[in-house]
Design a protein. Sequence first.
Length: 452
Amino acid sequence: MRGASAPARRKARARALDASGFSRLVAPFAPFEPHPTVAVAVSGGADSMALALLAAEWAAARKGRAVALTVDHGLRPESAREARTVGRWLKARGMSHRVLTWAGPKPAAGIQAAARAARYGLLRDWCARHGVLHLFVAHTAEDQAETFLLRLERGSGPDGLSGMPAVAEGPRLRLLRPLLTVSKARLVATLKARGQPWIEDPSNENPGFARVRARGLLSALRAAGLQPRRIVATTRALARARAAGEGAVAACLAIAASPRPAGYVELDLCALRRLPPDIAGRVLARCLMAVSGAGYPPRRERLERLLAELRRAGAAAARTLAGCRIVPHRRRLVICREAGRAESRKVPSAGGPLLWDGRFLIALGPVRGKAALRLAPLGEKGWAEIAKAVPESRRSAVPAAVRPSLPALFDSRGVLAVPHLGFTRTKAAGAAFGALAWQPANPLTTAGFWVA
């Protein structure tokens, strides 16, 4: 193609991804159940539309099925219409489709991070309610390269620069990224070969978003000869190095960290101080991620600053980082959630299982009558209410620093139930919590949960 630009030549060379090629990409994620049901996050863009079609074929070949899930964030007037359009396209191809709506107020700042957290919360909740164990997401080679650049700008260490993992194992859900080595051009070619349109999101061109700016930098690097696949190769090498160090981190966690059913971790401060700084930082980051429910570790410089403070003899002041409180107590650290950062949400009238604050899997019974119930952290005010009503609750084994962050059920009168403190205002409130388990999105152990 003489005279064409380099991007045009690359697009011309891009080959569609077929069923056998996709099957090879998914093979490392085995095993699956005999007739797998998988969920696919589908925004309507080219990447996720291609993934939806390929995943549906893959599941059908194994006598299973794929369900497409579209999250309507409600951030653009046309988002609901676009979600319906995606549903029509997929229904025409015989694929089930569900729209999950992000309801409630939206933050004025940090909207992309908030939208991402809401999106994954809705996807996890749906999968938990329907017993789906595998969620496919359509991150591509370019997405991985952009993640590398974003983390490089943040000053991330080797762990952060290893990028997004192909598999993220949760306690009841595996998040699978089969397209991390596939270019966007190949996915566009896949849709064109099938005559399938897609939706272009205008927010992908908004330079106010960090990822859009990283995309522009990636284009400049590509023009200079640095291809995304080279960056992806680097992330994979770093991921292998990270995996090699995980054994040491897991061994230290087994000795020094004690996860508790109330959603906090006790960490042996003396053991932490004896560890090499790199391993100690990883151990501390894993504890913070498990307790906060966050998908990412804190920034390296903040983590190193906290670690340096904790390693000093006589350090006794409580600190905060990554949505957690870190409270030295004798020779241990109590790492718990910041109550003010924990999620508050209305309880669905139908009840059912939900993942609260990215940490607790809660099975709620149906809401009776017209009472509006809310699931939120207990807070200082709620704790004071319980301590006054039941003075013996002050002798609870749950540390005082942890109590305000505990999941609590509220009605218009105040606190209705706090299972970790054994408090229920009525018998009906006690029945509302059918089951409650700490199941952090990033567990300390492979088992990944501790039942209350």
